[in-house]
Design a binder for this molecule. Sequence first.
Ligand code: RFL
Ligand code: PHB
Length: 405
Amino acid sequence: MGTITQGIQRSRTQVAIVGAGPAGLSLAHMLARQGIDAVVLERHDESYVRSRVRAGVLEQTTVDLLDDLGLADRLHREALRHNGFYLRFDGQTHQLDFHADTGRNAWVYGQAEVVADLIDGLAARDAPVRFGAADVAVHDIDTDRPSVTYTGADGTRHLVEADFIAGCDGFHGACRAAVADRIRTAERAWPFAWLGILAHSTPVAEEGTYSVHPDGLAVHSMRGPRLSRQYLQVPAGTDPAAWSDAEIWAELRRRGAADDAPEIESGEIIERSLALLRSLVSEPMRVGSLFLLGDAAHIVPPTGAKGLNLAVSDACVLSHALGGFYAERRTDLLDAYSDTALPRIWQAQAFSWNMTSMLHRTDGDGFDWPLRRARLQRIVDSDDDRRAIGHVYLGLPFPTRWRYA
Ligand code: RFL
Ligand code: PHB
């Protein structure tokens, strides 16, 4: 583990990864398979990270990558394989079957499950995540000997010297904050949020359903045969505790009502949370020897389910570039990291923007609902429009392979 000087435990690695979310954990696996040494530092304890309820829909592209890394065995046993999603409006349900168009699928597998598989995979490689790393700070990022300091779960101070730092610690993490004045951010905030619940109840549709109602969106997704994940569009700033369980079920039923489908069955709500909707991209995604990945660099609103998938895509680009550096001392791929990753990120922004503006009530004037209904009807009527959505929903190709050679 290194040496102790002046009360600090010193160690060395090639890549110090901050944050054990999808970006950091998937990057650690891709680097390990290329023989590149890395450590993952995570602020929270392991049980917290394993139980955090967030995303649920994986692109085929992401599942292909997890397959390639040998990390998808449990996913193939337990995930729900979907052909696309349902759009419900005016009391009618329309299946958007992207599988029929493309032969590819979307996979419903909770983010907590993905994260658990990645954590277990690292432990099996004898490269366990360092959980409970408090006070993480990055140093000397304008040199080729950057370092990270932190306080370990047992109170010991650590200094990890590295060649590079991968900032995978999300929007509120230490890495983004360290370079906040050296990156430009393009941002739009939406005036609404998602009140999300996880509940014991029987899913009513075979696939995820976006119920588009003049009063706002209701999303019905699932995590298993009797476990559902549902969201309600609510005004930004809503206190999730202000809604009673009965009010949540009543509103889900009202917005999700259809002539061609049974009513939602209510059940015990076991988790509830509020997710803000933001569209944001920061660039460059590299400052000196610090690289930003995933939510640390960009945020998409959850409509369209792209955030986790983008985090993995960034990891792929950086893994390839680091592979080139360690195999052949190439620096051009690292220099191009931001430019290589950003076009796919902006495609996801465009997709999420389109979905968000189409599916949510925005201002409620006389134009809002008829315009949105016309956009929805176009997707139902036009094979070309449906295919265009399916192509992005199931995942555009990653910008690079994850392995260099
Ligand atoms: P994460 O997952 O936030 O992981 C960051 C990790 O860094 C740790 N951390 C620190 N560690 C050390 N020191 C510090 N100072 C630290 N500060 C933070 C954190 O504890 C955490 O473990 O970022 P990453 O890896 O970039 O992954 C991004 C995704 O988590 C996110 O984009 C998705 O959850 C977004 N998202 C969805 N994405 C999808 O692809 N499909 C979906 O279906 C989907 N649905 C969603 C979503 C996000 C939602 N919310 C909650 C905003 C649904 C919702 C409701
Ligand atoms: C989810 O299952 O959590 C989910 C479904 C659809 C979305 C976002 C999240 O657009």
